[in-house]
Write a protein of this length. Sequence first.
Length: 231
Amino acid sequence: MRIAWIIFCQLWCSISFAQCVTFQLTKKGDTLNCTDKNKLKQGKWMIHVDELRGNPGYEEEGVFENNLKIAVWRKYSLMGDLLAIENYKWGMQDGVQQYYSIAGLIREESWKAIDPEKKFDTVEVPDPLDQGKVEMKVVKVEGNSLEHGVWRYFDPGSGALLKQETYVLGKPYVKNNVLGAERSEYRGGKNADQNANDSLPQKEKPKPKAVEEWEKKNKGKKHTVREGRTG
């Protein structure tokens, strides 16, 4: 079994080397930074970027497929501190992305990559607040990633959640049935009843008995002045 595994590894390495026009080898013999005959990046890469004009340098590592980033990529400061864990599909951000400071996690983003080979694509749109609900939606492909899902912002020191936002295919998420319930509650509450009563004809309040007797006694008389006294 071990011999078969060694033969497989040798064959895989020979195929990898055959595909790579330029590449680097690690101390362990792993192939890095492969470029094929079409000058496309393939396989695992480690990229070093120096500090430039006040912008801090960094290093990142991940996998390329035909010059496009795929799967998990990690970014580090030049001091070795973790800065980001990102997920890619078709060279675009897809899924949860995490960003860090020296103190800890500061932000989580959620993205959805759209297949750039299609002008329109039918995608499943799960309810970010209820994963049991899924809606099929046709979207126009613009060859980019869309904000999709829950974005969270943290205090890196304590890890406390500071703010949360939800997006669906690039737009802020509004749960219609929740808003509808709030409107219904408002319309059916005390304020709504009061507004409804205000719009109806109001009945006159009953007159005091003394006033009714005075009006009855003086009915038909001209130039009669009624005093405000009832006694």
